[in-house]
Design a protein around this ligand. Structure first.
Ligand code: TMP
Length: 217
């Protein structure tokens, strides 16, 4: 299969981070940012975003006794993504809207690649097959030290199958995110989430300002 030359789409923004990185607060800030500017936008999440994709999400995240193969998990994530792309992401982008996602394919590289040890080339092949050349134009990574993130998850109480993973797994996820962000400096921007919330928001707004300035000229 031929791999597509990646085509980052400026209006396609994704938000990434390990568990407990503060994505919810940042998404609220991003919504407000687009509201204030009167820009049409759509916020969604992965896995999920359509009826079927949300059902697949529940299958992926529900704790279960049966061991889940890494490849099964990867294929389920990409099955949900296929639905999401066809039903939401591509049509909204085609209509000129900004699409903002709580996680996307970088999470597959981090969780299934780094965490579960699936070969990166397998993920890259699926990415190319499912997405063609489509890539986010801006990927935000809320980087928080592992133990602070894990503590937040514990305090939150409710946990899913991923939250129940070992600390070593989460460490591998974190390192995989770091590698992704180091090797894609143009589209991937790290935000230090280990700061007071106000500072995190202010950094986030600066990155968005910079990104929008490069698009809306
Ligand atoms: P979240 O809504 O708390 O971010 O939960 C989604 C979970 O799904 C999170 O633990 C990361 C995981 N996930 C993957 O393992 N692979 C993926 O490709 C995506 C999008 C998410």
């Amino acid at each position: 299969m031929q791999l597509h030359e990646p085509r980052p789409v400026a209006k396609f923004i994704t938000l990434e981070g390990g568990e407990g990185a503060g994505k919810t607060s940042c998404l609220a800030c991003i919504r407000e940012y687009f509201e204030r500017r009167g820009l049409p936008y759509w916020v969604s999440r992965e896995p999920g975003g359509t009826g079927l994709a949300e059902e697949i999400r529940a299958l992926i995240l529900r704790p279960r006794a049966e061991p889940v193969e890494a490849l099964t998990e990867l294929l389920l994530v990409f099955a949900a993504r296929t639905q999401h792309l066809a039903g939401v992401i591509r049509p909204r982008l085609a209509a000129g809207e900004w699409v903002i996602l709580d996680r996307f394919t970088d999470a597959s590289y981090a969780y299934q690649g780094g965490g579960r040890g699936v070969d990166e080339l397998v993920i890259a092949a699926l990415e190319s097959w499912v997405q063609g050349d489509l890539r986010p134009g801006l990927v935000l990574w809320l980087d928080v030290p592992l133990d602070i993130g894990l503590k937040r998850v514990q305090e939150r109480g409710e946990t899913d199958r991923m939250d129940n993973e070992t600390r070593d797994f989460m460490l591998r996820v974190h390192e995989a995110y770091r590698r992704r962000f180091q090797s894609n400096p143009v589209t991937h921007k790290r935000i230090d989430a280990n700061q007071p919330l106000e500072q995190v928001m202010s950094d986030l707004v600066s990155v968005l300002d910079h990104h929008l300035a490069s698009v809306l000229i």
